[in-house]
Ligand binder design. Structure first.
Ligand code: G3P
Ligand code: CA
Length: 264
């Protein structure tokens, strides 16, 4: 009984900018998110880490060394220390063909900064990690969402999605904020029985592309769950997943998905 306009409609194909438009700009920086918004995506995907002083920041790895010029765990940095690191120069070194001087000196953004900047213009697809690794992350996330009025029931349905590989994290959110749609991430095969269990607390599954074929996609759709697939960067695979019935794709190249969706 969801309207076609809902981001959670089973008839939509959501364009989810994986770590921002991370094929074109350093992942999880304001530049990557801005670019995704210019392309016109359905969601900004945000992976959360927590600093030593309890601030939520957008970064994929628990260790800063791949995506900044620092080393060590995010949890060992205060926010002030973390924001002294360069979160963009590495991209230019790894991608000389796409290097851009504007990427040098980019900072690790806080969740507050992202919400402050994009407000309700963007939809957010936020990943939380194991609660045991970051105690307080869920409370802090819910508080931050409320602070920016992002949990208002009058907001567009699905404007914030929370995803996690951790069932425990999702169950906690389901208890504390039952109106937020949840996506259970899975990196390994899922049975029909597991899907029934997931349906008790989540709106869908977010699965590794290597697990998905026509049969699997039908099983998920027959269970009346959304099927979001990560990480899909090639147009041919986008077309195939669409045909099989995926309802959203995480992609580093949301511009390519946009073109595919225009062509079909
Ligand atoms: O959240 C979907 C996908 O991003 C999961 O993998 O490792 O890129 O966060 P990862
Ligand atoms: Ca993620």
């Amino acid at each position: 009984n969801r309207t076609e306009d809902s981001l959670l409609s089973p008839n939509r194909m959501l364009n989810i900018a994986h770590r921002g438009a991370s094929g074109h700009a350093p992942e999880h920086t304001m530049k990557a998110y801005q670019l995704a918004m210019e392309i016109g995506v359905d969601y900004l995907e945000i992976d959360l880490q927590m600093t030593k002083d309890g601030r939520l920041v957008s970064m994929h790895d628990p260790d800063v060394s791949r995506t900044t010029d620092g080393s060590g765990l995010v949890s060992e940095y205060t926010l002030a220390e973390l924001q002294k690191l360069d979160a963009g120069a590495w991209y230019n070194q790894n991608n000389p063909d796409k290097a851009n001087k504007d990427f040098v000196g980019l900072k690790v953004p806080t969740l507050d900064e992202i919400f402050e900047h994009f407000g309700k213009k963007a939809n957010y697809y936020i990943e939380i990690k194991q609660p045991s690794q970051s105690p307080g992350m869920i409370s802090s996330l819910l508080k931050t969402l409320k602070k920016y009025d992002l949990l208002d029931p009058n907001n567009r349905e699905g404007s914030v999605i929370i995803q996690s590989f951790s069932e425990e994290s999702l169950q906690q959110i389901h208890q504390r904020a039952p109106s937020i749609p949840l996506i259970q991430l899975k990196g390994e095969a899922i049975t029909k029985k597991q899907l029934e269990k997931i349906k008790e607390y989540a709106s869908g599954v977010g699965v590794n592309a290597k697990l998905v074929d026509r049969k699997f996609a039908s099983m998920v759709r027959d269970a009346e769950l959304l099927l979001h697939v990560y990480t899909v960067n090639e147009k041919e695979q986008m077309v195939q997943l669409l045909e099989w019935g995926a309802t959203g794709l995480f992609t580093n190249y949301p511009d390519r998905l946009k073109e595919v969706l225009k062509e079909i």
